[in-house]
Each structure stands twice: as C-alpha cells, then as structure tokens.
Design a binder for this molecule. Structure first.
Ligand SMILES: C[S@@+](CC[C@H](N)C(=O)[O-])C[C@H]1O[C@@H](n2cnc3c(N)ncnc32)[C@H](O)[C@@H]1O
Length: 427
C-alpha cells in the first residue's frame, strides 16, 4: 500500500520540471480534464498540509470512535460503519462478519443486566445479531445490482422492517426514527461513494434533508400540541409497510441488468495487442458455453471472468506473489477508502498528491498508458481525458474495484489479470 507523502516533498523538483515541460491541457470543467500547468501553480502556492481538512478528518474519526463507547452516538455511527463495511466485502462474508461483530459487541455490553441464563442470553444475542445484519446484506445485494439513490432505500426499508421484529430486534430504535437512522447511514455511504461531488449528490441530499425536516417538524408538533393525533401510523404498521417496500425494491433491483460487463469480442484492437504470457502467441476471443475465452493458436485458453481476462490463475502463484495476492484479495474492498482516510488525516489533498508525480510523466490526450500493478486504478483518475488506459494486476479483487472505479469515472475498462514479470503485450 502506498503511504501518501506530504505535498512539500519534491516541490522544488516539480517546479523546475514544470518550467521545462509544456503544460498538458484538457477540456476545462471536465472531471477528467487536467491542466497540469495550473495544477503546478496550485501546488507551488500550497505546500503545507491542509489543516482544515486534517482537523475535519480527525473530528469525524473522533465521532466514529466515540460511537463505540457512547450509545446515543453509536446508534447513528454504527449503521454507517456497517453499511460501509458490507460494501467492501463479498455479500455473505460481510453478513457473517457483521453478525459476528454485532454478537460480540452486544454480548460484552448487555450480559451484566440480563435476567436470562447464560445459554439463553447467548442464543438470543446471536439471533439478534443475525437479524441485525440482515438489512445490510439485503441492501448490499440490491445496491450492487442497481447503484443509485433509489436503491439505497432498501437499507431503511429492511432496517425498519427487522427493527419491528418483537423480542429479537437488534436496534433499540423502531418506527420512523429507525427509518431515518438507516436511511442516514445509506445516504452517508452513497455520498462517500459519489466522492461528495456536489453535482451528483445535490438532488439526493435535498430529498433526504426535506424528509428529515418534515419528520422532525411533525415530531415537534406532536410534542407541543397535546391534542394532536399520536402518530400517523403505528410502529408495527410501519414495519410491515417497510417489509412490503423492501420486497418490492429488492424484486425490482433483481430485474435490473447489473453492472455492464466488458465484451472482449468487441475489443479487437486491444485483443490484437495481447499475447500469451507463456508462448508469446497472439490471442483471439471465442465464446464457450456463453462465456468468453481468449485462445492461442497452440490451444492455450485464458478465461474472461467478470469482464477481466485471467492470464494467470491465482492457484498458480507461489512465494511472495501468492502472499501479496492473498493480501490484496483481502484488502481490495477497502483499499481506496483507506487511502482517502489516510490522506484526510494527514491533511493531503489526493488530487494534489497524485498530480505531484503523474505530471512528471508528461502524458497527453491520445497517448496509451499501461500501468503494471494498476490495483484499483487510482492513478487513472488523474490522467488527462482521452488517454487509452490499460492495467495489469495480480489481484482479481483489486481489478474488480478498478472496473467499478472506471465505470464511476466514466471510462471504459481495459484491465486484465496478469503478473508484471514478462509481457502480456506485443513488444
Ligand atoms: C500498493 S497497490 C498499488 C496500486 C496502484 N498502482 C496505486 O498506485 O494505487 C500494489 C498492487 O500491485 C499488485 N501486485 C503485486 N505484485 C504484483 C505482480 N507481481 N504482478 C502484478 N501485480 C502485482 C497488487 O495486486 C496490488 O494491486
């Protein structure tokens, strides 16, 4: 994993380099367009870590840490962390982890005051933990198929439905407040995934803010007007309505096509560049049982999985390649998030950090770039618009995240799985 360095390092070198080399410009205002000359001036003017960013990052981290020991905060931060965590994991592995963590936390915090026997208490806590983790896995499954603001509603719907389960409900909140707690968690995660880009999150956050004002406004009205009706719907009725809504939303998301897969038969130019890493033979795409496979004239076969040609199977790895592949398969889901948090805590603006070295490569629109060990493709985000991107990596998990990122950033993905040593390309 890289550790972002403070932007001041190498600044003199950057300045002298920028005088020698022409700036690389792109379309102004396009998210992928970069004017490296302008970025360079920005870097020169701002050489120290951004203290405001750093303070904000520490304050937010503090709130999440507080949530582990102070229940009124934990009620809000816990679902945010759980919704984030399940998004970094394969659905069922994430479910088991969440249930396990919930079980241990509840066991530790509630065992003293419980009138139940040890066995009964452990069993009930386990069931509560499983029920508490269910809304997150259902949310994970539907938002994976249909990412977007509507799909995130599955978390508050399922969360409120399961919070209404008598006796076993994991959440201390029920009804409308439960809905808001889970919806808030999903909205925060959705905004984080949209990288807080105002254009992307404006509508969703306005809808959420509007609903909050209405709910809290109505709650205030009920508090201050004793003659007012107690509630619009009872909590059990709301739980059933949410259950029905969760079913409809999940069924709808199942009908969605899911993430668009790369069809390699259409990528003749890229396939023409590829070679078998073993024989050096050229490759072509054939379809076998509905699945694409890259084949060489000598009969070698390389499957395409989830849109990524696998030129080297993970089982064939040995030594440190095997060790690091295992590491990146495990951390691939939260690799990018860790980078963002570390950048925040160090007060580093990621864009400035990445551009501080990418600018030195003098890459222009129209160029082709192959990044070996591309990981999740973080560098690609900061290359000029109109560059042809190619990526090699050992880890399927990192490449899957790379595909997701490129989709989000609006690029076609041309990553494929391969060791760096040796070439998978025509020389
Ligand atoms: C620290 S990450 C860097 C990712 C990316 N270059 C970046 O700057 O964000 C290292 C990546 O190297 C990959 N990797 C490690 N050994 C490799 C090898 N022998 N061949 C190809 N990729 C490898 C890992 O799977 C991982 O995705």
């Amino acid at each position: 994993m890289y550790t972002p360095r403070s932007p001041e390092r190498g600044d003199a070198q950057r300045r002298s380099r920028s005088r020698k080399s022409p700036g690389i410009s792109g379309e102004v205002g396009h998210s992928r367009a970069r004017d490296y000359g302008t970025d360079n001036r920005a870097m020169s003017a701002k050489t120290s870590p951004n203290r405001l960013l750093q303070l904000t990052a520490f304050a937010i981290t503090g709130v999440f840490v507080l949530g582990f020991v102070y229940a009124p905060v934990g009620v809000w931060t816990g679902p945010i962390l759980a919704a984030w965590f399940i998004g970094t994991q394969k659905a069922w592995r994430g479910f088991l982890w969440l249930a396990g963590i919930g079980f241990v936390l509840n066991l530790v915090s509630n065992w003293r005051g419980s009138p139940l026997t040890g066995f009964e208490f452990a069993g009930r806590t386990m069931l509560s933990a499983l029920i508490g983790a269910l809304p997150f896995v259902l949310y994970r499954l539907s938002s994976q198929r249909q990412p977007g603001f509507l799909a995130i509603l599955s978390l508050p719907l399922w969360g409120t439905a399961f919070a209404g389960v008598p006796y076993f409900a994991a959440s201390p909140r029920t009804g409308a407040i439960s809905f808001l707690v889970y919806w808030f968690a999903a909205v925060i995660n959705w905004m984080w995934n949209q990288e807080f880009r105002a254009k992307k999150i404006a509508t969703g956050t306005s809808i959420f803010g509007g609903v909050c004002v209405l709910v809290f406004g109505y709650g205030f009205y009920l508090e201050t007007h004793s003659a007012a009706p107690v509630a619009l719907v009872t909590n059990p009725a709301l739980a059933w309505m949410c259950f029905a809504g969760g079913l409809v939303l999940s069924a709808w998301s199942l009908t969605q096509p899911g993430a668009r897969r790369e069809v390699w038969a259409n990528k003749t130019e890229t396939v023409a560049l590829l070679r078998s890493p073993y024989s050096g033979d050229s490759l072509q795409v054939v379809t076998d049982d509905g699945h694409e496979v890259l084949v060489s004239p000598s009969g070698e076969r390389f499957p395409v999985r989830n849109g990524i040609p696998i030129l080297l199977e993970a089982e064939k790895l040995t030594g440190s390649n095997q060790k690091y592949n295992h590491l990146y398969e495990t951390i691939g889901g939260f690799y990018d998030d860790t980078q963002r948090v570390v950048c925040g805590l160090r007060g580093i603006n990621p864009e400035q950090y990445f551009l501080s070295y990418l600018r030195l490569l003098e890459i222009s629109p129209g160029d082709s770039v192959l990044e070996t060990s591309v990981g999740t493709g973080l560098n690609f985000k900061y290359l000029p618009h109109g560059v042809r991107l190619f990526g090699l990596d050992l880890s399927a998990e990192m490449l899957a995240r790379c595909q997701e990122n490129l989709r989000r950033w609006g690029d076609a993905c041309r990553s494929f799985s391969r060791k760096c040593r040796g070439s998978a390309f025509r020389q």
